[in-house]
Design a protein around this ligand. Sequence first.
Ligand SMILES: [Zn+2]
Length: 432
Amino acid sequence: MTSLLIKNGHVIDPANKIDGPADVLVIDGKIAKVAKAITDKADETIDAKGLVVTPGLIDLQVHVREPGREDKETIETASWAALAGGVTSIVAMPNTRPVADNQTVIEFVIKRARELDLVNVYPTGAITKGEAGHELAEINELKNAGAVAVTDDGVDVQDEGLLRRAFQYTKTCDILLMSHCEVNNLTDGGVMHEGWVSTQLGLPGTPAAAEDLAVQKNIMLANMSGARLHLLHNSTKGATDAIRAAKKAGAKNVTAEVSVQHFALSDEECIGYNTNAKMYPPLRSRDHIDAIIAGIKDDTFDAFTTDHAPHIEPEKLEPFIDAAFGSTGLETSFAVMNTYLVEAGHIPLSKGISKMTVEPAKIVRINKGTLSVGADADIAIFDTKAVWVVDAKKSLSKGKNCVFDGKKLTGRAVTTIVGGCVKYTKGQIVGR
Ligand SMILES: [Zn+2]
């Protein structure tokens, strides 16, 4: 029997409505007790005085790049970055090389993550073969191999007839479909949000309508069969309004997320042709950000993610128009949420934690994200007052392309525990 006791912390466990001083006792990798002043003797004791203790964070949208683009990231380096951010479970996107449109790739990701024994990695499979948008993948095979969802993330399924059939199929297999909402005919050639800033910079923009239309289309088609739909990385006022309306109309099959950069930063980050600010969906103008924050406050949005998208340096040194889309984010997501939502006075910390733990767990139906007795002891300990400046060069991810590079943030993971084992503490991966 092994035991670990976390003493004197402020525990936030939204699933059990805990938000106050408490100790946490872990026995054999499971939560054994959460209570004030636990006196049991333990093999290891952590003093969390002045710190916040939460379930380990869950990120629904991470590009691990392995197999195929190990120059950008591996499951191992993505796991290190996750641990440094207090993230204990990641959902891996299928746009690897080869694409995860068959059971072999799904099985590889599961096996590799198990060998590494760092964080929990949940693979997703592709909706269409090769994410090419022409022919459905063997969705049931992907589910049986262990995929928690199917998605063509990176692109949207453009053919509405095919997308409708995909929803019918995922409904029958009872698997979640995650949509990256984009109408290609409208975004064609755009490299940032279409608006005042894109005009000033002389760069082709993608209109918000490209996302609005795709979100509406996805909701309509999912509702035809009642399939479970999760809308990835929403960034516009139109998307927010459409999701809010669907939920008001009683669509229990629809969930939605915001990637943290989209409530934190605007399209003005692109000024100076900063390629780290190039991503899809693009950073939007202030009016969209205000709408997104209103949607967070009224729970139109269920979860926060990173859309962690590491790239090699040359791909971001290209001129803005040619540079790769995406930013890393696993190490900064908690701090970004804490800085731009909690410190800014928009939401209490417990709501932010809820959208990064129990809510994402419900979406992909994994038994994680709580400190309930008997649950896997995946725990993060944060210093919510720590002020730091992001230095992407020091990132544990292979990708140094972080849009928050050089920004001052408040809040940082101190210790990250997976299955009762301390995997990260005081800036170091344990055993590395
Ligand atoms: Zn995407």
